[in-house]
Design a protein around this ligand. Sequence first.
Ligand code: ADP
Ligand code: MG
Length: 376
Amino acid sequence: MAPRTFRAPGRVNLIGEHTDYNDGFVMPAAINFSTWLTLFPLSENRIEIYSENFQEEVVFDFDNPQTARAKHWSDYAIGVIVMLLQDGCKLRGARLVIRGEVPLGAGLSSSAALEVVTAYALAAHSELNIENHELAKLCQKAEIEFVGARVGIMDQFVSLFGEANKALLLDCRSLEYKLLPLPTDANLVVCNTMVKHELAASAYNERRQQCEEGVRVLSGLLPTVKALRDVTPDQLETHRERLEEDVYRRCRHIVTENVRVLAAAEALEQGDLGRFGELMYESHRSLRDDFEVSCLELDCLVEQARCVEGVFGARMTGGGFGGCTVNLVARDSVEGFKHLVGDGYKKATGIVPEFYICEAVNGAEEVSNEEEQGGD
Ligand code: ADP
Ligand code: MG
């Protein structure tokens, strides 16, 4: 049988940060950086996985299956295999050759792209007929239960459901979504600070606990509250005194961020990029001052961007404490933006940032071999 090639994209989140695990709204887009997978059918009872990025191979043997993570890049793919088997799926033997063009560990979700392309390819090869909603949940489960990272479903969801030139407004509670038009005369430009501060993991857990504490107190006062998603900014203000100052400010970020995501969706539908950009800046301010997950480098990139003509908005994207900013930049201004922000950031920090000029693309798919040769 002939080899088959599949692709699943990374993503950038335009607005809606830390709202996913509070049952709230997010607005990512799938981007033109994908993880590619070529599948060669095998008659043996195993799945071989080769990563060109790591130039390394691992083998999953159905007769002697790996059951625990190895703290290795292969955990993301093996996790997907283990979850498929746990669900009772019968998998056929295959060799998977993986080539990732999503920068690894930069906050553009190379991990979800790897999970999704693996799940998508194996489902097609073994004729499993699994619906995309189920695939997204299965990939999220692989990352939570096998890899051991407590992630939301946004990354896997948009890697499957994204569409060209569209942002995806996702309700993380119901998993209902809406595709929104992105402007054709502006680019999403992602800037990588090239730093990742140690604090990230412990702070993430602390923020989750503070959000849970907010829900515990507020649900005692407002019986309809199951998550911060159910709290309005007015309700939060009314009960402000009942919360510790830190918890109040964490909650204020989540509650106002949800309002901003919905306002940003309206702005996109009306083609109002000025308004959309203001909401991006406001989101950054809230993440910096209320949720306190920004850092000097992220703040510096946002301030540099603010001074450049043709920039509608900028904000940190991803968990924080390093990683990337996302910027909405008029197409004609992208080259100037790279120069000015690159120079300014280098002067301020001594670090040369990376830029990724992004377009929104379709979610996971099988590609014909000619397409694959052309690349992205
Ligand atoms: P992000 O998802 O933001 O890129 P993560 O730390 O969540 O960062 O995931 C990155 C990890 O995913 C890598 O360190 C590696 O283990 C795995 N990974 C992603 N893409 C590939 C690939 N093409 N080949 C092998 N492993 C990959
Ligand atoms: Mg990841």
